[in-house]
Write a protein that binds this ligand. Structure first.
Ligand code: ZN
Length: 82
C-alpha cells in the first residue's frame, strides 16, 4: 500500500464511480453478490413498477377491474361491484 498513499478516498470514489458507469449496469450485476444486493434493495420497487405496467394492483399484484380497483385489497368495500 506504501506507493498508493497519494490516492485520496475522494479520488478513489470518483474514479470508481466513473469506471462503474462505463462498465454498465448489466456487467455490474454479474459481479458476485451485486445482483443479490440490488435485488434485495429494489425488490418492492421492481414489483410495483411491473404491476403498474401490467394493470395490476401495486400492493398485492392482483388484476385490477375496469375501474382500476383491486378486489383483493378492497373486498369489503367493493363486493357488490364484482
Ligand atoms: Zn391489491
Amino acid at each position: 500500500m506504501t506507493g498508493w498513499q497519494w490516492v485520496t478516498d475522494e479520488m478513489f470514489n470518483g474514479k470508481m464511480t466513473s469506471l462503474a458507469s462505463a462498465i454498465g449496469t448489466g456487467r455490474l450485476l454479474q459481479i458476485p453478490g451485486v445482483y443479490e444486493l440490488v435485488k434485495e434493495e429494489l425488490n418492492n420497487t421492481v414489483l410495483e413498477s411491473l404491476a403498474d405496467e401490467h394493470g395490476r394492483c401495486m400492493d398485492c399484484g392482483s388484476l385490477l377491474d375496469d375501474a382500476n380497483e383491486c378486489h383483493s385489497c378492497n373486498d369489503t368495500d367493493n363486493q357488490e361491484n364484482i
